[in-house]
Design a protein around this ligand. Structure first.
Ligand SMILES: Cc1ncc(COP(=O)(O)O)c(C=O)c1O
Length: 387
């Protein structure tokens, strides 16, 4: 999907202190509105932002203003989601201790248990009388879809819904399964999405222990789908039909939850960086060192260069590196107009899984983060007027 880059984002390349990440609030709102429009016909749908994608408080405020809920996977994410006022909140995490799970319940959130030992340990140690639980389910989809998802049958996440031990635990402890959570990572097309929905319908039809569910959480992973408008349409049409079928079958309104992370924020993020060294390797190629580190910032993200301040007409290959002592702190090797020391470059997109998962080699300062909103640049407390 094409997004247009705000002139202010471009203008900042000459003025902002680097390294910096700027999130454009209009782009976040564009994706929220698009998702809302696309899912308008799905009854009882709740959109919850996956806070793991970006926990910047200003970004979360945009989510709050759009009335989004939150998906969280740590107590830190719980705290920032509450602080931002995101509601409702859903939570699954494979490594939560029973204390952390009790903390979740104390916030009136039903935990989606990820594995059997987590559930058993909680039952053994928990003082709570509450027996309402959610389950993160590991789906067993037809083998032909293996390449169309990133997290499936072989995933380390989730509980086999057919596990006899699971059903015994539910029965013996009088548990009420109110939530089913199924995240299969990036859904590459609408066919695999439909396969997932069929799978959920089948397990609900098969196991009596799932007849009390009130909510079905379809997780995140919508970026690939949004590269193709007809895949998007087919997917949401399938979810609409699924929602109606399940509600009819269970004879009550079942809530459908989706937890997009990357889709809502990735395209909103712009990374500004300055050249600190530029050395010729050959007449056609030079090595550039930036003031931001690919090793520290880009474990997952793969931005491209949008713009530079180079005044040179000569185009050559640039091998671009970060400023750390790690040999492989490497960005990419594009052909660019020749860069020199103090030139700047603008990289995009870095709005998801960058600031939230940065490494800390040498204790380098993380890029300062801002939100551009109504052409004003905001950090946590300060609003910078246009210079
Ligand atoms: C349980 C769960 N929900 C939602 C998400 C968000 O996924 P994405 O950012 O791809 O939309 C993730 C990502 O890892 C996840 O694990």
């Amino acid at each position: 999907m094409e997004i247009s880059v705000n002139k202010e984002i471009i203008r900042l390349i000459n003025t902002i202190e680097t390294p910096a990440i700027v999130y454009d609030a209009d782009i976040i709102k564009y994706f929220i509105n698009k998702l809302r429009q696309d899912t308008l016909n799905i009854p009882n749908l709740e959109i919850c932002f996956a806070v793991k994608a970006n926990r910047n408080p200003l970004v979360l405020k945009v989510m709050r203003e759009a009335n989004l809920g939150a998906d969280i996977a740590s107590i830190e994410e719980l705290n920032v989601a509450i602080e931002a006022g995101l509601f409702p909140i859903y939570c699954t995490s494979p490594g939560f201790s029973h204390e952390q799970i009790e903390n979740i319940y104390n916030h009136s959130i039903i935990f989606d248990f990820d594995n059997l030992s987590q559930l058993k340990n909680w039952l053994f140690k928990s003082s709570l009388k509450n027996r309402k639980i959610g389950l993160r389910i590991r789906p067993y989809l037809d083998k032909k879809y293996t390449d169309d998802i990133t997290v499936g049958e072989k995933s380390r996440f989730g509980i086999n819904p057919a596990s006899e031990e699971l059903h015994e635990i539910i029965k013996n402890n009088n548990l009420l399964v109110e939530q089913l959570h199924v995240h299969i990572g990036e859904k590459k097309n609408s066919l695999v999405f439909k396969e997932l929905l069929n799978y959920i319908e089948t397990i609900i039809n098969t196991f009596d222990n799932f007849k009390d569910i009130k909510k079905i959480n379809l997780g995140g992973g919508y970026d690939h789908l949004y590269a193709n408008a007809s895949e998007v349409r087919n997917s949401w049409d399938a979810v609409e039909e699924f929602s109606e079928n399940i509600s009819r079958r269970l004879n009550r309104d079942i809530k459908i939850i989706i937890e997009p992370g990357s889709l809502l924020t990735n395209a909103s993020g712009f990374l500004y960086s300055e050249v600190k060294a530029s050395d010729e390797l050959s007449p056609e190629c030079q090595r550039i060192i930036l003031d931001s580190s690919a090793f520290n910032l880009l474990s997952w993200a793969k931005p491209k260069i949008l713009l530079s301040t180079s005044k040179s007409a000569e185009k050559i290959i640039h091998k671009i590196y970060g400023p750390t002592c790690f040999e492989y702190d490497y960005f990419f090797s594009p052909a660019l107009n020749k860069l020199g020391i103090d030139d700047r470059i603008l990289m995009h997109p870095v709005g998801a899984y960058v600031s939230g998962i940065n490494r800390n080699l040498h204790g380098l300062q993380n890029p300062k983060e801002y939100l551009l909103i109504s052409n004003k640049l905001m950090d946590y407390e300060v609003t910078y007027e246009r210079k």
